[in-house]
Design a binder for this molecule. Structure first.
Ligand SMILES: *[C@@H]1O[C@H](CO)[C@@H](O)[C@H](O)[C@H]1NC(C)=O
Ligand SMILES: *[C@@H]1O[C@H](CO)[C@@H](O)[C@H](O)[C@H]1NC(C)=O
Ligand SMILES: *[C@@H]1O[C@H](CO)[C@@H](O)[C@H](O)[C@H]1NC(C)=O
Ligand SMILES: *[C@@H]1O[C@H](CO)[C@@H](O)[C@H](O)[C@H]1NC(C)=O
Ligand SMILES: *[C@@H]1O[C@H](CO)[C@@H](O)[C@H](O)[C@H]1NC(C)=O
Ligand SMILES: *[C@@H]1O[C@H](CO)[C@@H](O)[C@H](O)[C@H]1NC(C)=O
Length: 766
C-alpha cells in the first residue's frame, strides 16, 4: 500500500528532527535484563522510572516522560528525552542501548483456491482443522468487528491459555469480541507524542476500531471466516475466507494516520507475548536497519523464544535490489506475487489500436459498452497536472473527457477523485517506468483503467499524433486462469538483505496483488473521505497483503503440529514452496524468469507445507552463534538476544558454524576458493525413509554434498550433511555478480516429499 515515497519522506523528517536537538523526542531505552540496580525497586515500573528521575531535573514528574514500560518483548522502557540529556542517561548502570523511536508504515475471495486449499481429505485445511485452536495476532490499523469475516459461527471455544483482553474505547466495547475475534487492544502513546506537532484534524477512532481498512483487510486474510457471495460490486465474486478460517484472531492496533511507531509496536509485541498468541503477522516496516537497532527484530527474537512465529512483510520498495526489510533470520519475510485473476478494462483508441488495462469499476454501470470520448493528457508547466495533482486540472480542459494521469507521487484512487471533481468523465492511470507493467487495481470513484508503461507510451504517442484523440474503455468483468501466475509483483522488495546477506531473503512469496478481503462498513472501497459508497470487501495490493496469507498458513501448520518450533514451521513453508507457476514454467518477474532474490524459496504451497517430510530446525542458541559468525559485537548481541556471550569461545568450539537455515547463501570474498556449510534435517514424515540429494549447480560453482543419501530409521531422528561450494576459475572476471541453483532431498519411494533449498552465490571482490 505504501510506496518508497513515504519512506523517503520519513528520512527527510528525521533530518528535520535533528535540527531541533533540544526538543523532547521519544527514545527506547534498553536495560540489562538482570540489572544490578533493579533489586532496589519494588516493581519494574519503579525501576524504569528511576532512570528518568536521575536524568531530568528534580522539579519534574518522571512519569510525565514515560511512554511505555516493557517486560516481555524487551527489558526497558520508552520515554521522552532531550538530546542533551542522553549523554548522562547513557552512562547510568544497566543502560544497554538508546534508540530513537522510528516510524514504520503499513506496506481475497480467491487466493485460498489459487494456493490449492480445498476441502479434500488429506489437504491442509482438513489436516489442520482449518487452523483450529491457533491464535493469530495481527499488528496493524485495528479491526472492523462487525464485518461478516469476523463472525464466530461454528468457532470452537477460546483457548484456555488466552490471557488477552477486548479493550474498550471509542465505538468499541467488550461485546465486539467473540470466539473469532478473541482480543483487541490499541497502542497510541508513541504515536501521540510524535504527532503533536502535526495537524491532527484527521478523524480516527481512539480504540481498536479500524479507521483505515488496512488492518481489517489483513486480519481477515489471515483468519477470516467464510462469507458467501462476497464481491466488490460484482467483481471477483465468490466465497471469501481467510487462509486459516478456523483460527482465532487478536488485533493490536499500532498504526495510525501518521504511521506506526516502534515504541507502540514493541508495546504491542510485549503484551501479545503474554496474551498467548501463537503467530504474529506484521504487515508493516521501514528501511532496513542493523538487527541491534531494529525494534521489530528485537521484539521478534523474544517472541520466537516463546515459541511464537513472527511473519513480516518484506516491504514495497522493489524492484530495487537490497530493499528487503524485516530480514532477521528468526522472522519469516514475505514478498508478493500475482494471482491469475484479472479485471480487464481495455482502452480502444480511435486509430484502431487497443491497450490492455485493468480496473474494478462496476462493469454493469456506466460505460460498460464503451462510449467514445475525447482523450486529454494535461502537461501544463509545473503544476503536476500530468500526475493529476489536486487543483492542477483546468475544468475547461478536462470536462467530459477521459483524462490521462501518470501514476506516482500519491494515491491512485485519489487521482480518480481529482479528475471527477474537475469534471472529467473517466480516467486512464498510466504507469511510468517505475511501475512498468504492474497493475494494481482499485475501485475508482469514476470509470477508470490502469495501463502499463509500454501501453502508456503508445497512448501518449497517439494523443500527440492527432488534433482530436478519442477512446473508449471497455470493461471485461472478472477473468480467471488466462494469464501466467504466480509472477513476482513489481513492487515486492528484493534481496539480498542489506544488513545480513548471509541469509537469503525474502523467504517466500505469497499472493499480494489485487487481493479481495474485508473492509470497514463506514469507508468507501477507495478509502477516500469523499467516497460515499459502502462495501464489505475491497481490493488492495502490497506485501502487506502477502504477509497475512503466510500468517494464516503458519497457523494451519501449527494446528497440525502444535509442538513445532517457529523455525520448523518456517522450514516447512520454505522447503515446500513452488518455483514454477501454474503452467509449469519458471515463475516470472516482468518478462524474465524470477531470481532467488525476488522469490526466496518460491511461492507458498499450504497443502505441501503441512507435510514437509523433513525440517531444518533451529534452537534459539543457534541464532546467537550466527550473530557471532557475522562479527557482531558482544554488546550488539546482548541487545538482540539478552545473552551475554563470548563469541571468541563460541567460535572456538563451533569453528565452522553455519545456521541451519532452509535456504543457502554463499558469499565468496577475495582469495576464497571454497565454502563449506553443515545442515541438519529432522524426519517428520514417515519412519524408515531414505532421501537422496539432487543438485542444480549454480553457474561457476561446483557443489559437493556428503553424504549423498540420508537414511532415517524413525520419526524425530536428525541427520546432518555437509555441502561444499567450490568457485570455478575465472569467475572473478565474469559480468554476473551472482548465480543461483538449488539442493533438494528427494524421498526414495514417496514422490510427495521433496525438500528443496534455493542456493544464491555471490562474488564480492573488491
Ligand atoms: C456494547 O455495544 C453493544 C452493541 O452496540 C451494546 O448492545 C452493548 O450494550 C454495549 N455494551 C456495553 C457494556 O457498553
Ligand atoms: C509530442 O510531440 C512533441 C513534438 O512532436 C514532442 O516534443 C513531445 O515529446 C511529444 N510528447 C509525447 C508525450 O510523446
Ligand atoms: C455487509 O455485511 C453486513 C453484516 O453481515 C450486512 O448487514 C450488510 O448488508 C453488508 N453490506 C453490503 C454492502 O453487502
Ligand atoms: C558480560 O560478561 C562480562 C564477563 O563475564 C562482563 O564483564 C560484562 O559486564 C557482562 N556484560 C553485561 C552487559 O552483562
Ligand atoms: C556451539 O554451538 C552449540 C549450539 O549450536 C552450543 O550449544 C554450544 O554451547 C556452542 N559452544 C560454545 C562454546 O558456546
Ligand atoms: C517427536 O517429538 C515430539 C516433540 O518432542 C513429540 O511430541 C513426538 O511424540 C515425537 N514423535 C515420535 C514418533 O517420537
Amino acid at each position: 500500500m505504501k510506496s518508497n515515497i513515504q519512506l523517503f519522506v520519513f528520512s527527510l523528517s528525521l533530518y528535520i528532527f535533528s535540527l531541533h536537538a533540544d526538543t523532547l523526542q521519544t527514545f527506547i531505552i534498553q536495560l540489562h535484563p538482570h540489572g544490578i540496580t533493579s533489586s532496589q525497586f519494588t516493581s519494574k515500573l519503579n525501576w524504569h522510572l528511576s532512570f528518568i528521575k536521575q536524568t531530568i531535573s528534580t522539579d519534574e514528574d518522571p512519569s510525565s516522560r514515560l511512554i511505555y514500560s516493557y517486560q516481555s518483548a524487551m527489558e526497558g522502557f520508552a520515554a521522552q528525552f532531550a538530546q542533551s540529556e542522553l549523554e548522562y542517561l547513557q552512562k547510568l548502570p544497566d543502560v544497554i542501548s538508546i534508540r530513537p523511536d522510528r516510524q514504520h508504515h503499513v506496506q481475497t475471495t480467491y487466493s485460498y483456491k489459487f494456493l490449492g486449499l480445498n476441502f479434500v481429505k488429506g489437504g491442509a485445511w482438513y489436516q489442520s482443522g482449518f487452523g483450529r485452536g491457533t491464535i493469530i495476532g495481527v499488528l496493524d490499523t485495528g479491526v472492523w468487528p462487525e464485518s461478516p469475516s469476523f463472525n464466530d459461527h461454528g468457532m470452537p471455544p477460546i483457548p484456555t491459555k488466552w490471557r488477552g483482553i477486548c479493550q474498550e474505547g471509542q465505538s468499541f466495547n467488550s461485546s465486539n469480541c467473540n470466539r473469532k475475534l478473541i482480543g483487541a487492544r490499541y497502542f497510541t502513546k508513541g504515536h501521540i507524542v510524535a504527532s503533536t506537532s502535526l495537524q491532527s484534524n484527521i478523524q480516527e477512532y481512539v480504540s481498536p476500531r479500524d479507521s483505515h481498512g488496512h488492518g481489517t483487510h489483513t486480519s481477515s486474510t489471515a483468519g477470516g471466516a467464510s462469507v458467501q457471495m462476497a464481491s466488490v460490486f460484482g467483481n471477483g465474486a465468490g466465497v471469501a475466507r481467510g487462509m486459516a478460517p478456523g483460527a482465532h484472531i487478536a488485533v493490536y492496533k499500532v498504526c495510525w494516520f501518521n504511521g506506526c511507531y516502534s515504541s507502540d509496536i514493541l508495546a504491542a509485541m510485549d503484551v501479545a507475548i503474554r496474551d498467548g498468541v501463537d503467530i504474529l503477522s506484521l504487515s508493516l516496516g521501514g528501511l532496513p536497519v542493523p538487527l541491534y537497532d531494529d525494534s521489530i527484530a528485537i521484539g521478534s527474537f523474544r517472541a520466537m523464544e516463546h515459541g511464537i512465529s513472527v511473519i513480516c512483510a518484506a516491504g514495497n520498495n522493489g524492484p530495487i535490489p537490497s530493499s528487503v526489510a524485516n530480514a532477521a533470520p528468526w522472522i519469516t519475510t514475505i514478498g508478493a506475487s500475482t494471482l491469475d485473476r484479472r479485471f480487464p478494462a481495455i482502452v480502444h483508441m480511435s486509430n484502431g489500436e487497443a491497450l490492455y488495462g485493468e480496473s474494478m469499476y462496476p462493469a454493469n454501470l456506466l460505460m460498460s459498452r464503451g462510449k467514445e470520448l475525447e482523450l486529454v493528457y494535461v502537461t501544463d508547466g509545473d503544476t503536476g497536472s500530468q500526475y493529476c495533482f489536486r487543483g492542477s486540472l483546468p475544468r475547461e480542459k478536462v470536462h467530459g473527457k477521459i483524462v490521462v494521469c501518470d501514476r506516482g507521487v500519491y494515491g491512485r484512487a485519489e487521482k480518480g477523485q481529482v479528475v471527477k471533481e474537475a469534471g472529467g468523465a473517466a480516467m486512464i492511470l498510466a504507469n511510468t517506468e517505475i511501475n512498468l507493467e504492474e497493475d494494481s487495481v482499485d475501485v475508482h470513484v469514476l470509470p477508470a483503467t490502469s495501463i502499463g508503461f509500454a501501453e502508456s507510451i503508445h497512448l501518449k504517442a497517439y494523443i500527440n499524433s492527432t488534433m482530436r484523440p478519442q477512446a473508449r474503455i471497455v470493461f471485461g468483468g472478472t477473468v480467471i486462469g488466462r494469464s501466467r501466475a504466480p509472477a513476482v509483483a513489481q513492487f515486492s522488495a528484493r534481496g539480498p538483505s542489506f544488513t545480513n546477506p548471509s541469509i537469503l531473503k525474502p523467504d517466500v512469496i505469497a499472493p499480494g496483488v489485487n487481493i479481495i478481503a474485508a473492509w470497514p462498513q463506514n469507508l468507501g472501497p477507495t478509502g477516500l473521505p469523499e467516497d460515499t459508497r459502502r462495501v464489505n470487501f475491497t481490493v488492495m495490493s502490497g506485501t502487506s497483503m502477502a504477509c497475512p496469507h503466510v500468517g494464516g498458513i503458519a497457523a494451519l501448520v501449527r494446528s497440525a503440529h502444535p509442538k513445532w518450533s517457529p523455525a520448523a514451521i518456517k522450514s516447512a513453508i520454505m522447503t515446500t514452496a513452488e518455483v514454477t507457476d501454474h503452467s509449469g514454467k519458471p515463475i516470472l518477474d516482468g518478462n524474465e524468469p524470477a531470481d532467488v532474490f525476488a522469490t526466496g524459496s518460491g511461492q507458498v504451497n499450504p497443502d505441501k507445507a503441512i507435510n514437509p517430510g523433513l525440517i531444518y530446525d533451529i534452537r534459539p542458541d543457534e541464532y546467537v552463534n550466527h550473530l557471532c559468525s557475522l562479527g557482531y559485537k558482544r554488546s550488539e548481541i546482548f541487545s538482540i538476544t539478552h545473552r551475554n556471550v563470548s563469541c571468541l569461545d563460541i567460535m572456538r568450539t563451533n569453528r565452522s558454524f553455519s545456521l541451519n537455515y532452509p535456504s543457502i547463501s554463499v558469499i565468496f570474498k577475495e582469495g576464497m576458493g571454497s565454502k563449506m556449510f553443515t545442515r541438519r534435517l529432522t524426519n517428520v514424515g514417515s519412519p524408515n525413509s531414505i532421501y537422496s540429494v539432487e543438485i542444480i549447480e549454480p553457474e561457476g560453482v561446483k557443489v559437493i554434498v556428503k553424504p549423498q543419501r540420508l537414511i532415517f530409521k524413525h520419526i524425530n531422528q536428525s541427520l546432518s550433511y555437509r555441502v561444499w561450494f567450490v568457485s570455478r576459475k575465472g569467475t572473478k572476471t565474469r559480468r554476473m555478480s551472482f548465480t543461483q541453483g538449488h539442493l533438494t532431498w528427494v524421498h526414495s519411494s514417496n514422490a510427495f516429499y521433496k525438500v528443496r533449498s534455493p542456493i544464491a552465490v555471490a562474488w564480492k571482490y573488491k
